[in-house]
Design a binder for this molecule. Structure first.
Ligand code: G1P
Ligand code: ZN
Length: 544
């Protein structure tokens, strides 16, 4: 078999972050760069005899070339079969589903999620294992170590691959199957939710839009919402995946979805709006008046009402949220008498809990929600869950949220990001913050005083895997919390994220929380000396 062996001078910057390896597209296109990382993956998790690999991505620039490279390298490494999405497309949750449904050994997902794409944007590679979930940290660390010690990478040069034609060809000893990326995922969704009820809702004059942001969810949403559920053509906006996402920022955030937000405001506002991100794992839910459901609330509401949905009619085994995510789900879990786990940031930490049957639902403040139907967060799943609930309860988005707050109270939430920092000073800032935790208790600032402060460390209750230094948490009285951590998904420099949440009891649930959050923001700046230590007067992005 013609396998070409290319010598490589190892790279030293291939440590995967919160969600895979993410770098500028230009870095990834440097000769041997993608190949070195893929070779490290293939050597750290070598194919079992007869093994299948799933390959696909979010459609961004360089994705097709990268997919062909991954297929040829997988063939050279001894994979018996590779299933690759047509056009090199596969959403992250669809890839996770395919791993599980086909008993594949893993998936290589070519995506930098919500980061802009194109030659001047970002590219990324994620590796998921046989459970369908993101590789655990033990494996990503092994891949990083391997990438620094690599001698060469190997590629099968035999055989043709036409990523646009469904069907099977041979690449060396490997069967390469180009598959329809949508059908299996759409079938899975149809098995989970009450499609007749959602169809009834959509036929009753209920008006909605889904913004695919010219990213991967376009074909999935068109199949599900317009074809299977009967929503009118045009319900899915920006439905065609484009290599540069149409010049947009494929992040389901009000700022990046102006067309959707316009349709959700004004006298003729629609009943429901939603958006997903580059690779289809995030979701934003919007009600009339541009009412954006906070992701922490969304997780809590889905948990509280899960038994309205066929797939979860038996109730939830437990729930989990990443540490900086609002504690709204904890309140629901207490009421239901089930566990609520607090994990480090990043979906990989939910996987062992799902595999062990300890949790059914989980979510993150960063517009991520999901369940044990796959091992990734899932944007369209969340949208269908919301539509199913609105159909079952016969109320609108805002009413559903208000009902929840009236019962459980409200965890008002905001995230402030300080972007474009230099790595050294940002790390020094976190060090300084850690240095003042021991004597923090009792410190007062504005209306708040510190009850307790720590640096979050986690021990996985299933497999004992540990993670320290996951972010500084400051618990306050009255009931509020500030979390500080550095982003692990940037492709250069550093971003400080400051997460603010304050509890409003049911009687104050519909109050304007802006003043409470402003006060908490001032406390967050004073407690950590953000102005002096980082030289920043204000955050660069505020969400919530
Ligand atoms: C961000 C989010 C995190 C999410 C990740 C991947 O990571 O904060 O919740 O899992 O993107 O979508 P960060 O940049 O904060 O490390
Ligand atoms: Zn994503």
């Amino acid at each position: 078999m013609p396998i070409a062996v290319h010598a490589v001078t190892p790279f030293d910057d291939q440590r995967p972050g919160t969600s895979g390896l993410r770098k500028s597209t230009r870095r990834f296109m440097q000769p041997g760069y993608l190949q070195a990382f893929v070779q490290a993956i293939l050597e750290c998790d070598p194919p079992d005899p007869g093994a299948t690999l799933i390959v696909g991505g979010d459609g961004r620039f360089f994705g097709r070339e990268a997919a062909e490279t991954v297929v040829r390298m997988a063939a050279a490494a001894g994979y018996a079969r590779v299933k690759v999405g047509r056009g090199a497309l596969l959403s992250t949750p669809a890839a996770s589903n395919l791993v599980r449904a086909t008993g594949a050994q893993g998936a290589v997902i070519l995506s930098a999620s919500h980061n802009p794409g194109g030659p001047d944007g970002d590219f990324g590679v994620k590796y998921n294992t046989a459970s369908g979930g993101p590789a655990p940290e033990s494996l990503t660390e092994a891949i990083f170590a391997r990438s620094k010690a690599l001698a060469d990478w190997r590629v099968e040069t035999d055989g043709e691959i036409d990523l646009d034609r469904l069907g099977e060809t041979r690449v060396g000893g490997c069967a390469v199957e180009v598959i329809d990326p949508v059908t299996a995922y759409a079938d899975l969704m149809e098995s989970l939710f009450d499609f007749p009820a959602i169809r009834g809702l959509l036929a009753s004059g209920f008006r909605m839009r889904f913004d695919a942001m010219h990213a991967v969810t376009g074909p999935y949403a068109t199949e599900l919402l317009e074809r299977r559920l009967g929503a009118p053509a045009g319900t899915v906006m920006n439905a065609t995946p484009l290599p540069d996402f149409g010049g947009g920022h494929p992040d389901p955030h009000p700022e990046h979805a102006p067309g959707l937000m316009a349709a959700m405001t004004g006298p003729d506002a629609l009943d429901f709006g939603a958006a997903s991100d580059g690779d289809g794992d995030r979701n934003m839910i919007v009600g009339p008046g541009g009412f954006v459901v906070s992701p922490g609330d969304s997780l809590a509401i889905l948990t509280a009402l899960a038994d309205r949905v066929p797939a979860y009619a038996g109730g939830v085994a437990g729930v989990a949220r990443s540490m900086p995510t609002a504690r709204a789900a904890d309140r629901v879990a207490r009421a239901l008498g089930v566990d609520c786990f607090e994990t480090p940031t990043g979906w990989k930490w939910f996987v062992s809990l799902m595999d062990a049957g300890r949790i059914t639902l989980c979510g993150e403040e960063s517009f991520g929600t999901g369940s044990n139907h796959v091992r990734e967060k899932d944007g369209l799943w969340a949208v269908l869950f919301w539509l199913n609930l609105l159909a079952a309860e016969g109320v609108g988005v805002r009413e559903l949220v208000m009902r929840h707050w009236t019962r459980f109270g409200r965890d008002a939430y905001r995230r402030e990001d300080y972007e474009g920092l230099e790595t050294g000073p940002a790390e020094a800032f976190m060090q300084a913050l850690r240095g003042r935790l021991d004597d923090a208790a009792g410190r007062a600032s504005g209306p708040f005083s510190v009850v307790r402060a720590d640096d979050f460390a986690y021990v996985d209750p299933v497999d004992g895997a540990g993670a320290a230094g996951q972010g500084v948490r400051v618990m306050l009285s009255p009931d509020a919390r500030i979390t500080y951590r550095l982003s692990g998904t940037g492709s250069s420099g550093a971003t400080l994220r400051v997460y603010l949440e304050t509890y409003l009891p049911p009687e104050r649930a519909d109050a304007d929380a802006a003043a409470d959050l402003d006060a908490l923001s001032a406390t967050s700046r004073a407690f950590a000396d953000v102005g002096d230590l980082l030289g920043r007067e204000a955050p660069s992005v505020v969400t919530g």
